[in-house]
Design a protein around this ligand. Structure first.
Ligand code: ZN
Ligand code: ZN
Length: 313
């Protein structure tokens, strides 16, 4: 009888122990801040995939040597703006309304981060040229809806007020970095998508070149400010490409599953990542979300992607 009760106690203790140890052990990375920049809608063939890379010269000559480049990087969901961005922030592809009329199904990295670090609520920022992307700050999940909301600076004056010029977004980003010091910063530049839709090829190409230059300025800032240098991970990617030549109206539109719409670019940089590496492993938008979740140890994040282990030192 005594033996049986001892066994019972042992089983009980083991159970209690395993329950209490459910709290996941924290891995420690050098990354303390994460900056994500989305350049809206360039085709791979006019950006990283073009011979000589004339339109992304900073990415090619300065940024790529200091970070990692995924050459086979895709949007594997719907190739629209809100859909691509939602995949990045929530880690799930969703057939979401693309006009700002619907919130993502699941909470994004902002909500998970603020839930974990409520004292840093004011250090999580969403700064976008497209007003509709303000929906990324919240979600439809009743357990999260309206809670842990990031600071937003989207479009002319928030959801429903229209797009603003990227030069304004760039100024707001620089101000945020200099004054507010966000720890999680998510940026959208509307070019080259905006000029692509107008069917203005020259403005579309200029849009790629100008965003390349702004990304370089942001990276230079991060590399000189002691609040960021050596402890900030940066991702630069796209939400979608544009139709391949011969598909529909070509570079003017996007939204289908052609190679031009799906194939995009990812550059990753940070203290936990390798430098100057070209990666041939296929990867996709939701993987960036999973990787951010790993770097910031956001254990509540339910991402469908994979950690991009090939990036890590
Ligand atoms: Zn877009
Ligand atoms: Zn297409």
């Amino acid at each position: 009888m005594r033996i049986i009760s001892v066994i019972f106690m042992l089983v009980g203790f083991t159970w209690i122990y395993s329950c209490s140890s459910e709290k996941v052990a924290e891995r420690v990375y050098q990354t303390k801040n994460v900056v994500v920049i989305v350049i809206d809608g360039p085709r791979y063939t006019e950006s990283w995939g073009q011979s000589g890379r004339p339109n992304v010269r900073y990415m090619d000559s300065v940024l790529a040597p200091s970070g990692c480049t995924h050459s086979y990087f895709y949007n594997q969901g719907e190739t629209w703006t809100t859909n691509g961005h939602t995949a990045l922030t929530t880690g799930e592809y969703q057939a979401i309304n693309n006009t700002g009329g619907e919130y993502p199904k699941n909470p994004g990295i902002f909500q998970h981060y603020i839930k974990k670090h409520p004292e840093e609520k004011d250090l999580v920022w969403l700064i976008t040229s497209k007003d509709k992307l303000e929906v990324l700050s919240d979600c439809k999940d009743s357990k999260w809806k309206g809670k842990f909301i990031a600071s937003t600076d989207c479009g002319i004056n928030g959801l429903g007020t229209g797009y603003r010029h990227d030069s304004i977004t760039f100024q707001r980003v620089m101000y945020a970095l200099e004054v507010r010091k966000p720890k999680v910063l998510f940026i959208n530049f509307r070019e080259p998508d905006f000029s692509g839709h107008k069917g203005d090829w020259n403005a579309y190409i200029r849009g790629i070149q100008q965003t390349d230059s702004m990304v370089h300025e942001i990276w230079k800032y991060i590399e000189h400010d002691p609040a960021y240098k050596g402890k900030t991970t940066m991702f630069v990617t796209n939400d979608h490409g544009r139709h391949s030549n011969g598909v529909s109206d070509g570079y003017i539109s996007h939204g289908c599953t052609c190679e031009g719409c799906k194939r995009i670019h990812l550059w990753s940089f940070g203290p936990d990542f390798k430098q100057g590496v070209l990666l041939n492993q296929p990867a996709e938008l939701i993987d960036v979300n999973t990787t951010i979740g790993e770097l910031l140890q956001l254990h509540t994040l339910k991402s469908n992607g994979r950690v991009l282990t090939e990036l890590f030192n």
